[in-house]
Design a binder for this molecule. Structure first.
Ligand SMILES: *[C@@H]1O[C@H](CO)[C@@H](O)[C@H](O)[C@H]1NC(C)=O
Ligand SMILES: *[C@@H]1O[C@H](CO)[C@@H](O)[C@H](O)[C@H]1NC(C)=O
Ligand SMILES: *[C@@H]1O[C@H](CO)[C@@H](O)[C@H](O)[C@H]1NC(C)=O
Ligand SMILES: *[C@@H]1O[C@H](CO)[C@@H](O)[C@H](O)[C@H]1NC(C)=O
Length: 374
């Protein structure tokens, strides 16, 4: 696959017709904390420091010490970082909007955020918000032209999706078995499909869809589910949970193929984030990283992660109150807070997905508006 991508890239370079990059005027993102740039913070409380310390030097609404994949992506497209749709102050939506919030699922959760930790802003709600944004942008165009996208940005823009992880973990944390969660995947993806089709009906044509990562390697899953030794792979990740993620990803890929038939004018890039993240975790040392399964910002236990107190929280340590802070060198760590990734890990994954080598079809991000040339 890498070779194929390489050949394609060379063909594009050598092709007699000049290759025009897409010049996406905007990016509209849907997702969970993997791509939240301030949505949950605007609605449910600030993300505490030391989140943001490495790059923004302040808490910046992101669950990481720095930039997320979506930040590296828009940056490489020459666009500013995306404002969260929910952020009432300082937002500028000229080049897109971000509807993602930390803890979002595809299916609406049945329990409150307090009970489950899941965001009430599930994908269907993000879709309502997008539709409102789309309609109202036209209404306010004259007054706010320096703050909202031009109408053509909705048809020429890139629609990015990174969601599904919390549907899987949400089921597991309700004590459903892996097989029970697998059985819910068709319903989950059915609801995902509805939203993609709705964006298409509103004029969206270019889609960039991330699959779900190796959640069986994340401290919050490993700590909560208490996986027994026999079910770990050679890297210390939980096999049954990673198999669940891969099951979801296979079904997601099937769905993408279905959508390509049902939406003839859509160009959909499916990105294997699982494979990229897993290669980083399984070859951490080779790539200059340490302790691939340990949280940088956390407290206690085998993974430096405690389910009851997160990064930036307060903990009583022998009668002394301490703040759960960052590790010495986040730039050599992969996992940031037990759930999310460090800026360094995100940068590594970005640099490997941007040229299309983990994508189907294998075209670079800058060309994601073009059909693969045969
Ligand atoms: C894509 O980029 C990565 C990281 O720089 C590199 O290892 C890989 O060989 C590249 N693949 C292609 C097809 O250019
Ligand atoms: C919520 O409950 C309804 C009705 O029982 C069910 O159909 C749906 O699948 C549930 N959603 C989730 C996320 O479990
Ligand atoms: C919003 O961003 C665009 C592009 O970066 C810029 O041209 C515009 O002036 C900004 N609007 C305001 C009100 O600052
Ligand atoms: C899941 O099982 C654990 C251990 O038996 C229990 O403590 C927890 O309350 C259960 N969670 C739910 C949501 O039922």
């Amino acid at each position: 696959m890498e070779l194929k991508a390489c050949v394609l890239f060379l063909l594009l370079l050598l092709s007699t017709k000049p290759v025009k990059t897409c010049d996406f005027p905007a990016v509209f993102n849907f997702g969970d904390s993997n791509s939240d740039t301030g949505g949950l913070a605007a609605a449910f409380g600030q993300v505490p420091p030391p989140n943001g310390e490495t790059f923004f030097h302040r808490s910046a609404g992101r669950y990481s010490d720095g930039r997320l994949l979506i930040d590296f992506m828009v940056q490489s497209l020459g666009l500013p970082y995306l404002s969260a749709f929910l952020d009432a102050l300082g937002s500028n939506f000229t080049h897109g909007a971000n509807f993602a919030t930390g803890g979002s699922t595809i299916r609406p959760p049945n329990r409150t955020r307090h009970q489950s930790g899941l965001s009430p802003i599930s994908l269907n709600v993000q879709s309502y918000q997008f539709n409102d944004f789309h309609v109202r942008t036209r209404q306010v165009q004259g007054i706010f032209k320096e703050l909202v996208p031009k109408p053509e940005a909705f048809t020429r823009g890139l629609y990015t999706f990174d969601i599904g992880q919390n549907d899987l973990t949400g089921g597991l944390f309700l004590n459903l078995t892996v097989d029970q969660v697998k059985a819910s995947v068709p319903d989950i993806l059915g609801q995902f499909k509805t939203v993609v089709k709705d964006v298409y009906d509103k004029g969206g044509r270019f889609f960039w869809i991330h699959n779900t990562g190796p959640i069986g390697c994340l401290p919050y899953v490993l700590e909560y589910l208490q996986i027994n030794e026999g079910q770990m792979d050679k890297n210390g990740c939980a096999n049954p949970i990673n198999e669940l993620a891969q099951f979801f990803n296979r079904k997601l890929k099937d769905l993408v193929n279905q959508l390509r038939e049902e939406l003839p004018e859509a160009l959909i890039t499916y990105v294997d984030i699982y494979k990229a993240r897993y290669s980083l975790i399984s070859q951490a040392h080779k790539h200059g990283f340490e302790y691939p399964l340990r949280a940088c910002c956390g407290y206690g236990g085998k993974y430096n992660y405690n389910i009851h107190v997160g990064c930036g929280g307060k903990v009583n340590d022998n009668g002394k109150e301490i703040i759960v802070g960052s590790c010495k060198d986040p730039s050599v760590m992969i996992i940031w807070d037990g759930i999310h990734y460090t800026e360094a890990a995100n940068k590594w994954v970005f640099s490997h997905i941007v040229n299309g080598s983990y994508s189907d079809p294998s075209i670079p991000l800058l060309l994601a508006c073009q059909r693969k040339r045969d």
